[in-house]
Design a protein around this ligand. Structure first.
Ligand SMILES: *[C@@H]1O[C@H](CO)[C@@H](O)[C@H](O)[C@H]1NC(C)=O
Ligand SMILES: *[C@@H]1O[C@H](CO)[C@@H](O)[C@H](O)[C@H]1NC(C)=O
Length: 236
């Protein structure tokens, strides 16, 4: 049998080793924890609204910034450069009056257009003329229009008939959901939805299906509902 003190002593060696390993790990992983990143605020921009490309974890001792449209440092697609000391913006070939660069490097795009969708690259120039580059994505969405609901029939017989409801929209890149009596439609095994949710088939209908249906079209920046459509179910 070993004495408790011998156990405690032997146990202390791996404990110290772990501490040492942890301190080495911290030192080693430090550079990757503070990566330069671009965040779109809001994450999905609405057409006509302002959007900020916010820059995080800038290195210290910076001389200035250059913003480019696209995924690379391409002088033809330079939006503008900013000199920090002078607080001056120098427009580039891809400049628009709607763009502003803040002293902290963030790029504001006022009244975003669908064409603003794409990648943006920031070159942060350090005092020693070395640079750091990061690319971020911006998505601009058009607010959706009001959809229309079309039905195969407004009056159906219980257990005998089927009804097909179709959500009509001119918008693309949207999602569709169905509402029944102002609530998300509870799905039953008599209901079938098309892959894109635009068509709802109820087969056969039952008396509890009677009531007001709406479809709702949405994307990350907006949503619109159709006018309610009233389904009548007769029985007996
Ligand atoms: C940079 O400045 C702008 C304007 O003052 C501000 O909205 C934004 O949050 C700032 N960005 C960061 C990362 O602090
Ligand atoms: C932006 O960059 C991503 C990732 O590299 C790429 O998949 C995408 O096609 C680019 N978007 C545009 C609009 O160029």
């Amino acid at each position: 049998m070993e004495s408790p003190s011998a156990l405690a002593h032997r146990g202390s060696i791996p404990w110290q080793g772990l501490l040492l390993a942890a301190s080495l790990l911290t030192l080693w992983s430090l550079p990757t924890t503070a990566q330069l990143t671009i965040e779109s605020v809001p994450p999905s921009a609405a057409e006509g609204k302002d959007v900020l490309l916010r820059v995080h974890n800038l290195p210290g001792f910076l001389g200035g910034y250059v913003w480019f449209k696209g995924q690379s440092v391409d002088s033809d697609l330079q939006i503008a450069s900013y000199v920090i000391d002078a607080q001056e913006i120098h427009p580039g070939p891809a400049y628009s009056q709607r763009a502003t660069i803040y002293p902290n490097g963030s790029l504001l795009l006022k009244k975003a257009t669908l064409k603003d969708t794409g990648n943006y690259t920031l070159l942060a120039i350090k005092g020693n003329f070395q640079g750091e580059i990061v690319t971020g994505q911006l998505r601009v969405y058009q607010p959706v229009g009001k959809p229309a609901l079309r039905a195969s029939s407004a009056t159906v017989a219980e257990q005998k008939d089927a009804v097909v409801l179709t959500c009509l929209t001119n918008d693309t890149g949207i999602s569709i959901r169905w509402l029944f009596k102002n609530q998300i439609l509870p799905h039953t095994d008599r209901m079938k939805l098309s892959r894109d949710n635009s068509t709802l088939t109820i087969d056969p209908v039952r008396r509890e299906d009677a009531g007001a249906y709406q479809c709702e079209v949405f994307n990350p920046v907006s949503s619109r509902k159709s006018d309610p459509f009233r389904l009548d179910v007769y029985y007996g």
